[in-house]
Design a binder for this molecule. Structure first.
Ligand SMILES: *Cc1c(COP(=O)(O)O)cnc(C)c1O
Length: 217
């Protein structure tokens, strides 16, 4: 299994960056992976997982939570507004707060359910028209509106453009988080998590390097 290797590489990257051991949270991205691969990782005691689809997570996680009560499940995929109720009920963190309509629905559900998932605002650091996320220029206004709604995002998240050097994107995200006093930085995937740690990531989202390649049905 890739988990031990990834944990070693994270520890080495923390040390190389002069960061304290354990300062980076590894989110094991288990979307569309066969149950036995996820169970093998659960059996090691690892307890932070990432999912992309509300319905898939609803089918998988309630049963595993009963057996592994310390598990936390992070939503890292695009969240449709009509799935907000289910998302607030299910997830411990949502990394993809990316628009006002979603912020309003989340605020409403958080009030109604009395559950407060940790929130990250997704930033479209590459200004890509097809990609979700708040543009850097619009972030101050968006964060002000979140505050008015009673939401307190704890960090920022980005997915750098495909094929681009991720470093400028990680740096931009870090600077934006610093400007707004946000401690969390969700950045880095299988291909670039060590680079992300060097640039200050607090949460890395690693899927295929732990579980193997995903096969979509
Ligand atoms: C699937 C996914 C990941 C994990 O990707 P790998 O390349 O398999 O590590 C990380 N972040 C997001 C937002 C994803 O959708």
């Amino acid at each position: 299994m890739g988990l031990d290797d990834i944990k070693r590489r994270i520890a080495a990257a923390e040390q190389a960056a002069g960061r304290s051991p354990g300062s980076v949270t590894l989110i094991a991205v288990s979307k569309v992976q066969p149950a036995e691969r996820v169970e093998a990782v659960l059996a090691t005691g690892h307890c932070v997982f990432g999912e992309n689809y509300v319905q898939e997570a609803q089918e998988k996680w309630p049963g595993w939570r009963d057996r592994f009560p310390s598990v936390s499940v992070h939503m890292i995929g695009p969240l449709q507004s009509n799935k907000t109720r289910a998302a607030v009920a299910l997830f411990d963190a949502i990394h993809t707060l990316d628009r006002m309509t979603l912020a309003r629905k989340l605020a409403q559900q958080i009030d109604e359910q009395g559950r407060r998932p940790q929130l990250f605002v997704q930033v479209n650091t590459g200004d890509e028209p097809q990609k979700a996320g708040i543009l850097a220029d619009e972030l101050p206004g968006f964060l002000r509106s979140c505050t008015e709604l009673g939401l307190s995002p704890e960090g920022l998240m980005c997915i750098p453009p495909e094929g681009a050097d991720p470093v400028p994107h990680f740096r931009l995200l870090r600077r934006l988080a610093q400007d707004h006093g946000l401690p969390g930085l969700s950045m880095g995937m299988s291909a670039d998590f060590e680079t992300a740690i060097a640039e200050g990531a607090t949460h890395v989202r690693v899927g295929s390097a732990i579980f193997g390649a995903r096969t979509y049905a």
